[in-house]
Ligand binder design. Structure first.
Ligand SMILES: NC(=O)c1ccc[n+]([C@@H]2O[C@H](COP(=O)([O-])OP(=O)(O)OC[C@H]3O[C@@H](n4cnc5c(N)ncnc54)[C@H](O)[C@@H]3O)[C@@H](O)[C@H]2O)c1
Ligand SMILES: O=C(O)[C@H](O)COP(=O)(O)O
Length: 562
């Protein structure tokens, strides 16, 4: 925590409320917080490498190039809802967490949509401009009432529902189209669900509240020539969601051909509008009301989204979890508290495995026993992948990119969960499988080279991880620091032999554990082997490791760093 506070640098490239910045300054007192608005792509690319966090609204385009240059970047915070200006796929690949404020500006967006609706019905903006110009055009601005009119809501999510409720207060009849909302759910709110064509045919006003998504079933171009042709010539269209959901060229044509009474637009496919003729003509059209993406621009919403995102940036920079990650599993804080020691355990087990048993990783079985099995265990899998891969590669694994990286390595993890306890109340077992099933176990002849640690088990005691099984040996040690592993014939004098060499090398022993073999039947006249696990305070010199290996009846001397 201390380290994060000392070195941290946060960059804010769009207008974000002071309250959010004040929160960052208060919670990260030693951090450098820079506000740099109006940066070009090249300028941002040149400086992003210095920063650990980036906070934006919808103006800054956070492209894959910028994220790739963000070598120290751990989080991108979007002070708002829409993340279509952030390449979240690239962020995920690079292990950068993306957070937003999913609820901070819903009311602001809904109220703006209602303001657009009333402005369209009563020609407020044009009447205002005319009156200010000294004219008195009473008959030119004859409006319509919204009472008893049909409002068609496309996308009945958070904003759509808030708009519907407000419009019900205006005594409008609400119909909606949303393939992901059940008619029963809508009915409870007095809303009739229709298919899109029917909604367009019946509505006097249509308001759009879906996200902008691409692909064959995406919302890009959802309202184009065909859909506009289904609308009444007296109908009016409102888009306060995202530019691109409505085909702007087709909309301009419908307005010019008097096939639509009017449109109110807060969002555009190019923002700000610079060199797009269609958009220029649309904005200038006398039956179009245009605002410069003002849906979320209320004092209340801006404070709310800025504080929401600042809190999440602080949490991530201090090593915690955000509450609204766009590209990470959402885990409740209470669950996180239970999982935290198991995350440490899984990371250590993964690291222990790859250090004890280097080799290709293809398939791993992860078995949970006990009450722990009833939790959402996604963070544990990510911790295991981190532990397995970080000792053997340059890759930086975290909760965000773990699954992507595992896939790149061809590593498959299969989970088994049972709330029935195994040897310990809560136990996690790692079994590494090869294409033919389990690899051979610690069954080969000692020192023959064909011995494999195919199984590791661990548990958590008093919030501390313990390794309770390595291969076919029972153990009990904390997976922490430098640990010497060796197998020895299970006969008197073995501990003394190793202890002598370590003493000679001035290596202090912190903890020692001799794990007996699980094998039940002893071959007559032979000794089974045991596993010696010795935690030490300082590095063991090469000559000492060599000497331990040469003492006889001791095999497979390995040091791991956990
Ligand atoms: N103008 C602004 O300043 C402003 C402010 C806030 C939100 N927004 C935008 O408003 C939109 C809605 O935000 P929200 O928070 O309500 O999102 P949300 O995710 O809660 O709701 C979106 C809804 O759209 C539905 N949907 C998805 N695909 C659909 C499709 N093909 N057809 C019909 N419905 C579909 C979903 O099922 C969901 O119910 C987003 O685009 C958001 O970016 C704009
Ligand atoms: O997605 C959002 O939150 C809104 O579109 C608001 O965007 P803005 O923060 O750029 O005003």
């Amino acid at each position: 925590m201390q380290q994060a506070e000392q070195a941290v640098k946060v960059l804010i490239t769009d207008k974000v409320a002071r309250e959010g910045i004040a929160l960052l300054q208060e919670q990260l007192p030693t951090a450098q917080i820079d506000e740099r608005r109006g940066l070009s792509k090249e300028q941002l690319q040149a400086i992003i490498g210095d920063y650990h966090a980036l906070i934006v609204r919808s103006e800054t385009q956070v492209t894959a190039d910028i994220l790739t240059e963000g070598k120290n970047l751990r989080i991108v915070g979007r002070a708002g809802v829409g993340v279509d200006n952030i390449d979240t796929e690239a962020a995920t690949r690079l292990g950068i967490i993306v957070v937003n404020s999913p609820t901070g500006n819903i009311i602001a967006a809904a109220e703006h949509s209602i303001a657009m609706l009333m402005s369209l019905a009563r020609h407020i903006p044009a009447a205002n401009a005319s009156t200010k110009a000294g004219k008195w055009e009473k008959s030119r601005f004859l409006g319509v009432e919204v009472r008893n009119k049909v409002l068609g809501v496309i996308g009945l999510g958070k904003v759509g529902m808030a708009v519907a409720r407000r419009a019900q207060g205006l005594e409008m009849q609400i119909v909606a189209y949303d393939p992901f909302v059940s008619p029963e759910h809508a009915q409870k709110s007095g809303i009739e669900m229709l298919d899109l064509d029917e909604l367009l045919r019946r509505s006097d006003f249509v308001t759009i509240h879906t996200s902008l998504t691409s692909g064959p079933s995406g919302t890009r171009g959802l309202i184009a020539e065909r859909e506009l042709s289904l609308m009444k010539p007296t109908a009016r269209l409102i888009n306060c969601a995202r530019g691109g959901i409505v085909n702007e060229e087709d909309l301009l044509k419908a307005l010019n051909e008097n096939r639509l009474a009017g449109a109110a637009l807060d969002v555009f496919s190019q923002e700000p509008i610079r060199d797009n003729d269609v958009l220029k003509q649309l904005v200038a059209h006398e039956r179009v009301i245009a605002t410069p993406h003002l849906g979320a621009s209320t004092e209340e919403a801006q404070v709310s989204v800025a504080v929401d995102v600042a809190e999440q940036v602080v949490s991530v920079l201090k090593g915690g979890f955000p509450r609204a990650a766009v590209n990470a599993p959402m885990i409740l804080p209470e669950t996180m508290k239970v999982l935290q020691p198991y995350m440490t355990l899984l990371e250590k087990m993964g690291s222990l495995y790859t250090q004890l048993q280097p080799g290709p990783l293809t398939k791993i079985e992860l078995i949970y026993n006990g009450e722990i099995a009833s939790y959402d265990l996604r963070p544990l899998q990510a911790a295991l992948i981190k532990g397995l891969l970080e000792p053997i590669s340059e890759v930086h694994v975290n909760q965000i990119n773990a699954q992507v990286i595992a896939k790149e390595w061809g590593l498959e993890i299969i989970e088994q969960k049972s709330t029935t306890p195994a040897e310990f109340a809560n136990q996690v077992t790692l079994r590494v499988l090869n294409a033919n099933g389990y690899t051979s176990s610690f069954a080969g002849k000692p020192g023959s080279g064909d011995e494999h640690v195919e199984t590791l088990s661990g548990t958590v005691m008093h919030d501390e991880p313990r390794i309770v099984r390595v291969g076919r040996y029972w153990t009990d040690f904390a997976p922490e620091g430098r640990i010497l592993f060796c197998r020895n014939l299970d006969q008197p004098g073995m501990i003394g032999r190793v202890g002598m060499v370590l003493g000679k090398a001035a290596v202090n022993i912190r903890h020692m554990d001799v794990g007996p073999s699980q094998r039940k039947q002893q071959v007559k006249g032979t000794h089974d082997t045991a596993l010696m696990v010795i935690s030490v305070d300082n590095d063991i010199p090469e000559w000492a490791l060599h000497e331990i290996g040469e003492t006889g009846d001791i095999f497979g001397v390995t040091v791991v760093h956990l």
